[in-house]
Write a protein that binds this ligand. Structure first.
Ligand code: ZN
Length: 289
């Protein structure tokens, strides 16, 4: 049985989903899939050419607005910031940082990510765990929708902090295992599908991750919060898909009225914050200066 990938504690069977057991750590209560690195790698990292098409289908205008908001929040401290986005895929987030005059680097081992990096003009590295990068060289590191897919999440987060400059900011997002639809057992498949998603964070277990081992000496302010309208049976997606498609948009803004867009994205964000029941979790974590 796999030990807890966060604290190394012993796991106990929690529930079986398909052929895969979900385990719960007896020490820190983290829920994770009882799967080997190879099994996780096999389902998650098939980098066919269909990937770009897939993201073109699933990303809507709201994702674009959301990434715009994230990059605006993270770049308040100045311009010319050095940014790396881990698992950058089609670069939709990096393009928002480019718009704000950041020096952008993506990290993603897939060939289709290479095509996108060339198209939009940012540097591309392999996985940050393996890439040859000078330590403490970035002001901002983002890792969105990645930690739930990574067999060794601690290794990933430790590397992020090694690459951040003192005083720099890391930003992570993951699905919320404590969300309303999951608590009410209204969604399974897309969100609870081990080993595709191999780590199931709640606000508490995500916060706990940044207190492990050598991290607690490096980590300064940490804010973990749920956000995003709780989505039930894809209802909400059906509405937001009417927005512009991300891949049809280049470096400009989403067409439409700017004030309305601001209201929309604020509603999307704040509707998921009460009682920590939103669809996603974000962690904004500073590295000590
Ligand atoms: Zn644990």
């Amino acid at each position: 049985m796999k030990p807890c990938p966060i604290c190394g504690g012993p796991g106990r069977n929690k529930s079986k989903v398909g052929d895969c057991w979900l385990l719960k750590c007896q020490d820190c209560r983290f829920v994770y899939a009882d799967a080997t690195d190879q099994q996780i790698e096999q389902v998650n990292f098939q980098y066919g050419e269909f990937a770009e098409h897939h993201y073109a289908e699933v990303q809507g205008g709201m994702d674009y607005l959301w990434f715009d908001r994230i990059s605006a929040r993270l770049t308040r401290s100045g311009s010319g910031l050095r940014v790396v986005d881990s698992s950058c895929g089609n670069g939709v987030l990096l393009r928002q940082f480019q718009k704000r005059d950041c020096i952008c680097t993506g990290s993603d081992p897939s060939p289709w990510a290479r095509t996108c990096a060339e198209r939009y003009g940012y540097a591309l590295l392999p996985r940050i765990e393996e890439a040859d990068i000078e330590p403490e060289s970035f002001d901002i590191i983002t890792s969105t929708s990645a930690l739930e897919h990574i067999g060794r999440p601690m290794e990933h987060v430790e590397r992020v902090f090694a690459l951040l400059k003192p005083g720099g900011t890391a930003y992570f997002t993951v699905p919320n295992y404590g969300s309303l639809p999951i608590r009410l057992h209204l969604v399974t498949g897309r969100l609870v599908n081990p080993p595709g998603h191999c780590n199931y964070f709640t606000a508490g277990t995500l916060k706990n991750l940044f207190r492990q081992g050598g991290l607690k000496d490096q980590v300064g302010g940490t804010r973990v919060r749920s956000y995003g309208i709780p989505e039930i049976h894809g209802l909400y997606q059906r509405f937001t898909k009417r927005g512009a498609k991300v891949t049809q948009l280049s470096r400009g803004a989403v067409p439409g009225r700017p004030r309305l867009k601001k209201v929309l994205v604020a509603f999307y964000y704040w509707s998921g914050t009460p009682f920590g029941l939103g669809d996603k979790l974000e962690a904004l974590v500073e590295k000590r200066a």
